[in-house]
Write a protein that binds this ligand. Sequence first.
Ligand SMILES: [Zn+2]
Ligand SMILES: [Zn+2]
Length: 352
Amino acid sequence: MFNAKAYSAASATSPLASTTIPRRDPTEQDVQIEILFCGICHSDLHQVRNEWSGIMPTVYPIVPGHEIVGRVTRVGSAVTKYKRGDLAAVGCMVDSDGTCPQCQAGLEQFCPNMTLTFNSPDKHLGGVTYGGYSDSVVVDERFVLRVPSNLNLAGVAPLLCAGITTYSPMRHWGVTKGKKVGVVGLGGLGHMGVKFAHALGAHVVVFTTSPNKKEDALRLGADEVAVSRNADEMKKHAGSFNFILDTISADHDINAYLNLLGRDGNLTLVGAPEKPFAVSAFGLLFGRRSLSGSIIGGIPETQEMLDFCGARNITADVEVIPIQRVNEAYERLLKSDVKYRFSIDMASLKSV
Ligand SMILES: [Zn+2]
Ligand SMILES: [Zn+2]
């Protein structure tokens, strides 16, 4: 074992603060990574504050962070895909059983024995896994991703959660040239959804409650912007979409969007509102429409997404902060006061 610098929260009401955590020495299959940037995902905040206690109660102290990019510093003797000095990334998962049908299909995110990057039972050291708000991490090479060398690393970090979360359903539902795609909400997830839908060749319409986001939506790659509170603007698009990506985590009227789908159109949820939706069956019956959900993506598809980003020069729009400002960033996140993701410059941890 060795000690790593990190930021952790001691309880649901404590701020994140500087600490030291144990990391395992790399086993034969492990890659040790010096973390350069870590994105701040809304689920970091949810779990730091134990807001998902019903499904995954937080074990304290918690070190969040699952949008990790860095450089390989050490590899185990059996590691074949990475060497010291390589750029590398880690997303929301660090292990799975590798044998179940989900793993065999490259869909490790659905493996019943999957290990999350933080707050998940740690098979090696006991306790729970510690995430990316740290100067280093040790991960099985099967869960390490290659990073294209041409991309801005601060903007790469959010691809590991916000990126794959929006890319995966678009690939699954066949977003390509000639398709009409809606993106509901223009936050951390939504802004990546717009970039991917545009890069995949679709005609992209952004739905937002804030008319002042229009210019930004167009800059990010939208072809049109509709203000969802404006009934006329919504009506204009009735029955016309092949696919709608709904990124909203707050309560909202999903039927208004189902009615915008064309025949066999699909609406996929990637946000998770607390309150159950009231879905009108008629909205689905007419047009054989479907409503589904999606969560991150498997390791092969995450690599495909990163390679796609490298080829098309796509990164997240980030505000880079030192880790000392992480608590302030959480408060701003609650007000959606960030364009569009915070990325922590982990060099700031050296001065702690
Ligand atoms: Zn996330
Ligand atoms: Zn499995």
